[in-house]
Write a new protein. Sequence first.
Length: 379
Amino acid sequence: MQFRDLGAQYRALHHDIDRAVLDVMSSGQFIGGGPVRELEERLADYVGVKHCVTCANGTDALQLALMAWGVGPGDAVFVPDFTFFSSGEVVSAVEATPVFVDVDARSFNIDPVRLEEAVCVVKAEGKLVPRAVVAVDLFGLPADYPAISEICRAHQLLLLEDGAQGFGGSIGGKMACSFGDISTTSFFPAKPLGCYGDGGAVFTDDDEWAALVRSYAVHGKGSMKYDNVRVGMNSRLDTLQAAILLVKLAAFASYEVGDVNRVARWYDGALVGSGLVLPKRFEGYTSSWAQYTVQVPEGCNRAALQAALKERGVPTMVYYPKPMHEQKAFEGAFECPGGCPVTERLCEAVLSLPMGPYVMQTDVDMVSAALRKTMTELT
Ligand SMILES: *Cc1c(COP(=O)(O)O)cnc(C)c1O
């Protein structure tokens, strides 16, 4: 079996995807055009925000947001310590300073209590200006936006939702990628909504920021392409990817998010009492299950478990093995007092299982039986 079976999805959707691709090929338009415009409208509708601007990938999407806000040298941006590298990389890329904040052990997302502490420490030190928070919807679960938004309001911080994994999730019916002042997602193939290459999008209700993001994404264009009013980048979503995403978004919205939630419930049922810490459910929250991530119990050798599972034909992944504050690229970054002990522990304990809307109940049973068996053998 595969860790994420993109082939199964293609087999289910191939008639429509093939037609969409061929239509673009015969249209001769490969940058911009109808599919890109239509996709932006559909994405904005789905998320429930005014503007969607597509771009080349989820990392650019984050950076474009920071550029639109003019975040730069001397600014502090608060980022969870447990996330994919991009969430912090973009902060350094615009020459601001990332401040890594510990996460909650059960949601995997930034801990609002530790966030507020970190903001106060940076303010008291007086060297950096707290400007923004990057909140990540890790593994598909929206971050604690009620608490985070409150902190941002109180300290006048901009909120950037990194919804690269969270697209499709919700809190009380409000969709992921609508919680930030600006929110972003990624269409990397293995994300909840993936294309067949790289892609990303920026979401906001703010007219001015949307216009700035559009400009920065196309060489800082002004009134037209050859009028350049600021230094930007070249970050566009290909027409081909937009056409593919139009087909995939329809399936995603109509059944894939529901199906992946059903797979998560199968895992819950099959793994209860196994000794693994299972993903916790939060009242009112819906996850898009970018990953189904368990924590191995103390004393269990995760590397040996992974190797034995591989022998039994079960692929697993470790997202993520290293806290952000330990990445060499961030050497010398701002250290939060108290450190990030929860992240350090999670990096040792997490294990992500095969997941996706096309996983069958028989797959879940096979994975779960292999897990239980291997764990008994190892202890
Ligand atoms: C994948 C990912 C990104 C970056 O997306 P790309 O499209 O690969 O650039 C950013 N943040 C998180 C949390 C991600 O998982």
